[in-house]
Design a protein around this ligand. Structure first.
Ligand code: TXA
Ligand code: MG
Length: 327
């Protein structure tokens, strides 16, 4: 399907799945409530979980938001287009269906040539959550987006594998104290350097991003996450992993000698960029192969830019089933 055809379908109120630099998204024309409602139905997404709007260009902001705070301007200058979603006070033009009745709206300007072309051709905002069934792992390949959504009668654009592999960071700029609602590829440290002051991370006790409340990113099997240094993790795996387990490993130590099915998330211990790129591929592969017992390693690189986002996703994907060997 060419991009113009996809844009025409969106204009007509159909859903289109498209790649971005983070994960695949499932989009609908934001101004069409019937189309937006279809997203909730296709994903099985709770109606109270708001959608983010995708725009091709910053000039589209004006009609969607009430005001553009100074902090948001700095963040857009530094990180747009890119994996940063910013929450503003919404204008009357944004439907309550998109924002689940909230007075704020989240906006993102993706950094991907195909997405940019698509959004430009549509010419107005496209509401798009991640392209997965609600609760299941996000998708980062055409194959996995198709596997989850092919029965749903939506159009899926093949944009290959997404480069970042993790969803955008979501920041709330509706108040003077800017807060991270969802950690992502852009780290707390990068945000603080850009703004020149401290930002807070949302605590579980005072959730304001509805998506944080729900079970997320989870494969169908039971996921165990093992954090530690390479030696600690390997010792644990050789002692505890049964041959029935499916393994997600860092390094090539299992090559040629594992009787368990496994995938290598990254070869080098400190390459969390590649790890992040492969994470949802691994979790979707676990579902494809009907893995029931999954053990996934994570190097304890707490200072790494992506660590907080990875831990957030793995915490949810495993429902908190994380063993920290490094404490
Ligand atoms: O990288 C991404 O952000 C991907 C790609 C497709 O752009 N999209 C994505 O959308 O991850 P979704 O719907 O899976 O996650 C958006 C998150 C949800 O946790 C949702 O609750 C939160 O953003 N959110 C959306 N609008 C909000 C609002 N007005 N206030 C607070 N949180 C909001
Ligand atoms: Mg999602």
């Amino acid at each position: 399907m060419n991009t113009q055809d996809a844009a025409d379908r969106l204009q007509k109120g159909e859903l289109v799945v498209f790649p971005t630099e983070t994960v695949y998204g499932i989009g609908a024309l934001a101004s069409n409530d019937d189309a937006v409602q279809k997203i909730f139905e296709v994903k099985g997404r709770p109606q109270e979980n708001p959608l983010i709007l995708h725009i091709a260009d910053r000039s589209q902001l004006d009609e969607l938001v009430k005001e553009i705070p100074g902090g948001a301007v700095k963040l857009m200058d530094a990180f747009w287009p890119g994996p940063l979603t910013i929450c503003f006070q919404k204008s009357d033009q944004v439907s309550d269906l998109v924002t689940a009745g909230l007075s704020s709206v989240c906006l993102r300007n993706p950094d991907h040539p195909l997405t940019h072309d698509l959004l430009s051709r549509v010419g107005s905002a496209v509401a798009a959550p991640s392209a997965n069934i609600s609760g299941r792992p996000s998708t980062t390949t055409f194959g996995h987006a198709t596997a989850q959504l092919k029965e749903k009668g939506v159009h899926i654009i093949d944009g290959g594998n997404t480069v970042l592999g993790l969803e955008s960071t979501v920041v709330d700029c509706t108040r003077t104290d800017i807060r991270i609602l969802r950690p992502g590829v852009v780290s707390k440290d990068q945000l603080e350097k850009c703004l020149g002051f401290e930002v807070n991370e949302e605590h579980i006790e005072k959730i304001t991003s509805p998506g944080q409340l729900l079970e997320h990113y989870a494969p169908q099997g039971k996921l165990h996450v093992i954090i530690g240094d390479a030696t600690q993790r390997r010792e644990w795996i050789s002692k505890h992993a049964t041959s029935q387990a499916t393994l997600g490993v860092v390094g090539t130590h299992l090559e040629g000698q594992s009787i368990s099915p496994y995938q290598v998330l990254c070869e080098k211990e400190d390459n969390l960029k590649i790890y992040a790129q492969n994470l949802y591929q691994f979790l979707n592969w676990c579902d494809e192969t009907n893995a029931t017992d999954i053990i996934l390693e994570l190097p304890a690189l707490r200072e790494h830019q992506l660590y907080s986002a990875l831990l957030n996703r793995l915490n949810k994907a495993s429902q908190g089933n994380i063993l920290n060997l490094d404490q």
